[in-house]
Design a protein around this ligand. Structure first.
Ligand code: ATP
Ligand code: MG
Ligand code: FE
Length: 344
C-alpha cells in the first residue's frame, strides 16, 4: 500500500510517499524558520499562508522525483493535530481534497504518533512494546507504547518542553530563534563542570519533568558575568545541555526499570541532540535495552513520519470521515475514537 503523507502542524511543510512493501520512496521538506526568525517565534497566520504557498509545489516535486502517478497512491495521510489550527487546516483540506479527487481513503494522523513511530522508518525498526521518550518543541513525555494507538502516558513536563527550554535558553544567550541546535553546537566548545545547574525533579519519585526553572538559572549565571567571554558562553551552554540531558537520562532509567520494557525509542527534535543520543546509548548498554532513533532529519517535523503512521492506520482499516476536522488539542488516548472502520 502506497500512502502520501502531508505535515503542516507548525512551521514545516513536509510531504512524503511511504510504501508498506518498499518503505520510504521519497520526501520533501520546506522549513519556514527564516520567515519566523525575525519575529523571534512562529507567527501562526504567516505559517498558514506559507503552507498554502508551498504545499502544491512540494507535492508536484515529490511525485515527479519518485515518478509516481496518482493511480499508484492508495491513501492520503495528513496531520490533523495537535498544532496551530490554521496551519493544520491547510494540510487537512489539501489532503482530504486530494483523497476525494483520487477516490482513495484519507486519514488524519496525530502529530505525536507520527514522531513516536518515526524510528520505524529505520532499519532495524523497533517492535512493540517499547518505551518512548518524546522530546520535541512542544512536548516532553515518557510513553509506554504497547501497540498502534496503545499509548500510556507515564510522565510529562509540567511546564516547558525540553525543546522549548533549549530555544528559550538559546535566545537568552543571544543565539537567535529557534536556537536549540545552535545551543547544542556551542555546548560542544564548552568545558564541563565550570557551571552547574540542578537536575529538576530528579530528587523526588515519579516521571514528571520541569524545565522552565533552568532558563532562569542560566539567565542568572549569564547576567552575573561582568565581561563574559565566548568561552564562558560556551561553558554555560554546556552546563545547560548537561543538565537537560542528565535529567532526561535519569527519568528514562527510572521508566525502564519500572516498566521493564526492553526497547527505548527516542523521538522529536531534541532527539537530534548528540549528547542525548550518546548518553541514552550508554544507558541502554548498561540496562541491556536496545535504543532506537530516527535519522537526524526525521527527529524534527517531516512528512515521512506522517505517511508511515497513516499507512499503518489505513492498513488496519481505519480512515477519517469526509467531514474532516483538525484538532489543535488532541489527546493521544483519543486517536482511535476519531476514525471510522472500513467495512471489509
Ligand atoms: P511538537 O512536535 O511538540 O508540536 P515541534 O514539532 O515544534 O513540537 P520538533 O520539530 O519535533 O518540535 O522539534 C523542534 C525542537 O527541537 C526545537 O525546540 C529545537 O530547538 C529542538 N532541537 C533541534 N535540534 C536540536 C539539538 N541538536 N539539540 C537540542 N534541541 C534540538
Ligand atoms: Mg518546527
Ligand atoms: Fe513536531
Amino acid at each position: 500500500m502506497r500512502v502520501l503523507g502531508i505535515e503542516t502542524s507548525c512551521d514545516e511543510t513536509g510531504v512524503a510517499l511511504y510504501d508498506s512493501e518498499q518503505g520510504l520512496l521519497g520526501h520533501e521538506l520546506y522549513s519556514q524558520v527564516a520567515l519566523h526568525a525575525q519575529y523571534g517565534g512562529v507567527v501562526p497566520e504567516l505559517a498558514s499562508r506559507d503552507h498554502v504557498r508551498k504545499i502544491i509545489p512540494l507535492l508536484t516535486t515529490l511525485l515527479a522525483k519518485t515518478a509516481t502517478r496518482p493511480q499508484q497512491i492508495a491513501g492520503v495521510a495528513y496531520t490533523a493535530g495537535p498544532g496551530l489550527i490554521g496551519a493544520l487546516l491547510v494540510g487537512a483540506s489539501v489532503g482530504r481534497s486530494i483523497a476525494w479527487t483520487w477516490g482513495v481513503p484519507a486519514i488524519g494522523v496525530h502529530h505525536l504518533e507520527g514522531h513516536l513511530l518515526a524510528p520505524l522508518l529505520e532499519t532495524p525498526a523497533p517492535t512493540f512494546p517499547f518505551l518512548a521518550l518524546l522530546v520535541s518543541g512542544g512536548h516532553t513525555q515518557l510513553v509506554a507504547v504497547r501497540g498502534m494507538g496503545e499509548y500510556q502516558l507515564l510522565g510529562e513536563s509540567v511546564d516547558d518542553a525540553a525543546g522549548e527550554a533549549f530555544d528559550k535558553t538559546a535566545k537568552l544567550l543571544g543565539l537567535g530563534y529557534p536556537g536549540g541546535a545552535a545551543l547544542a553546537h556551542l555546548a560542544e566548545q564548552g568545558h564541563p563542570n565550570v557551571f552547574h545547574f540542578s537536575r529538576p525533579m530528579t530528587n523526588r519519585p515519579g516521571l514528571a519533568f520541569s524545565f522552565s526553572g533552568l532558563k532562569t538559572h542560566v539567565l542568572t549565571a549569564w547576567k552575573s558575568q561582568e565581561n563574559p567571554s565566548e568561552q564562558t558562553r560556551a561553558d554555560i551552554a554546556r552546563a545547560f545541555e548537561d543538565a537537560v540531558v542528565d535529567t532526561l537520562v535519569i527519568k528514562c532509567r527510572r521508566a525502564l526499570k519500572e516498566t521493564r520494557l526492553q526497547r527505548l525509542v527516542v523521538a522529536g527534535g531534541v532527539g537530534a541532540n548528540k549528547q542525548l543520543r550518546h548518553q541514552l546509548q550508554v544507558l541502554g548498554q548498561e540496562l541491556n535495552v536496545k535504543v532506537f532513533y530516527p535519522r537526524i532529519e526525521f527527529c524534527t517535523d517531516n512528512g515521512a513520519m506522517i505517511a508511515l503512521a497513516g499507512c499503518l492506520r489505513l492498513q488496519a482499516g481505519q480512515q477519517s470521515p469526509l467531514n474532516f476536522n483538525a484538532h489543535p488539542r488532541w489527546l493521544m488516548t483519543q486517536i482511535d475514537a476519531t476514525y471510522s472502520q472500513l467495512k471489509s
